[in-house]
Design a protein around this ligand. Structure first.
Ligand code: CA
Length: 226
């Protein structure tokens, strides 16, 4: 049973979603405030975090940052703030996905399953991929650059795998999206992919402003390696 930490201060939403998730076989812990969530995170581990942004004792972005600093648990942000800037900021802080309220429960559950599947599926193969000075140990879903481990979110990891497996080839944005995102591709706009690429570059390129591993091919997509 996947374990979910659900942080939401609106009791109606919290209990409604909790009920549906339990029906669908998830084990749910509810937190109404950031402090409660921090406490739960200290004592248990979760497969997935669902995070509201506007909370009584702070903003969800802070917790997103805190979680990302120490672990790679997938995070889906749930928020009424649907402006593009908020979405980009959430993704920049390491969230794996973003759903704006009001959302349909079926959509939430399919996004959750997609995030969990991506996480699970990358741990089953046993190959070591080399991508420039970056090494990907797919069995452990670990990434190293010059011998130092690089911490990636599930989606960044998926993006890296798609690129590393296609070195020397031009990948269109649509091809990349279809490999890293297996539900409702319509929700991932060009801007979102650009944000993921930027984040991944910051983690694996020597000079993210002059990327050598992930090159932009103007108007087309990206080329991995040389
Ligand atoms: Ca709220």
């Amino acid at each position: 049973m996947p374990t979910i930490l659900f942080i939401e201060d609106d009791a109606t939403i919290a209990m409604g979603v909790e009920y549906s998730l339990k029906q669908d076989g998830f084990q749910v812990s509810l937190a109404y405030r950031l402090e409660e969530a921090r406490d739960l995170l200290k004592h248990s581990s979760f497969d997935l975090v669902l995070l509201d942004l506007g909370l009584p004792d702070g903003i969800g972005y802070d917790l997103c940052k805190e979680i990302r600093a120490i672990r790679d648990t997938p995070i889906i942000i749930l928020s009424a703030r649907d402006e593009e800037a908020s979405i980009v900021l959430g993704l920049d802080l390491g969230a794996d996905d973003y759903l704006t309220k009001p959302f349909r429960l079926r959509e939430l559950i399919s996004r959750m399953n997609a995030v969990l599947r991506r996480r699970g599926s990358v741990e089953t193969s046993d190959r070591i991929l080399t991508f420039g000075d970056v090494t990907v140990v797919t069995q452990q879903a670990k990434v190293y650059k010059n011998g130092h481990e690089v911490l990636l979110t599930a989606l960044e990891y998926r993006l890296l795998l798609a690129l590393a497996a296609n070195q020397g080839r031009l990948l269109t944005r649509a091809q990349i999206l279809s490999q890293i995102w297996d539900v409702d591709e319509d929700f991932v706009n060009d801007n979102t992919l650009t944000v993921y690429v930027k984040r991944l570059r910051e983690k694996i390129e020597d000079d993210p402003q002059n990327p050598l591993l992930i090159r932009t091919v103007r108007g087309m997509g990206y080329k991995a390696g040389d």
